[in-house]
Each structure stands twice: as structure tokens, then as C-alpha cells.
Write a protein that binds this ligand. Structure first.
Ligand code: AMP
Length: 115
């Protein structure tokens, strides 16, 4: 069950500020407040979804593919494409997910630690 009051939902609604990297109709990218790498960006679809399954099952192919294309665009824009980066999405209790709105972490700008 999606919680409309989770912190990313509030950021998407503009109720809480964020350090924005990119925004369009369907997606929002902003800096993680507690970065674990020199570059740590959160890629967030605006669709109210808890995790990747929820996102893929609730949205049509165009929205899903647009989200991943925007991730590629931001990776390019941040200049981390050549040196490499890591993308992660935590889900649920075993995945250690803190914020119950689907998001992908983009980590780079330096050698990121083991897994
Ligand atoms: P997780 O749900 O475990 O994949 O991670 C949630 C991430 O959201 C953590 O890395 C937090 O540092 C980050 N975070 C929590 N609140 C904010 C906020 N207000 N602005 C930016 N990042 C946040």
C-alpha cells in the first residue's frame, strides 16, 4: 500500500525542498541528503509506486522506458558515464528500503566501495 505522506511524495509535491538535478512531467532527480559517494543522486518517478514491481506493473511501457532513458540522460549529464557508476534500488525489509517510494540511487564521481 502506497503511503502518500512518505518524504519523496512530499518532495514531488513541492512540500519539502530538494537539491534538484533534473525534473520533468514524470521524473525527478535530486541529490541524496546523506551521500555515500561524491555523486549520489536519487532518480524518482513521480508515479506513486512503492518499488520497482509496483512501478512496472502500474505503468505503461512508455513511462517505464522513459524513466530508464532519463537515468541514462542524467548519468551522461553528470559526466560519470566514462568512469563508471553504480545504480541500486532497495526494496522492502530485506532490501533495507527506508523511503517507500520507488527510487534508484546513482552513485559515482569516485570509486564506490564494494557492493
Ligand atoms: P532507501 O530507501 O534505503 O533506498 O534510501 C533512501 C535514501 O533517501 C537515503 O539514502 C537517504 O539519505 C535519502 N533521503 C531521505 N530523505 C531525503 C531528503 N529529504 N532529501 C534527499 N534525500 C533523502
Amino acid at each position: 500500500m502506497y503511503d502518500e505522506n512518505n518524504i519523496f511524495a512530499k518532495i514531488i509535491r513541492g512540500e519539502i525542498p530538494c537539491d534538484k538535478i533534473y525534473e520533468d512531467e514524470n521524473t525527478l532527480f535530486f541529490k541524496d541528503i546523506n551521500p555515500t559517494a561524491k555523486i549520489h543522486i536519487l532518480a524518482v518517478p513521480k508515479s506513486p509506486c512503492v518499488d520497482i514491481s509496483d512501478f512496472v506493473l502500474k505503468n505503461d511501457n512508455e513511462i517505464v522506458s522513459d524513466f530508464f532513458r532519463k537515468i541514462e540522460m542524467v548519468i551522461n549529464k553528470m559526466g560519470i558515464k566514462n568512469n563508471g557508476y553504480r545504480i541500486i534500488s532497495n526494496s522492502g525489509i530485506d532490501g533495507g528500503q527506508e523511503v517507500p517510494h520507488f527510487h534508484i540511487h546513482i552513485l559515482g564521481g569516485e570509486k564506490v566501495g564494494p557492493q
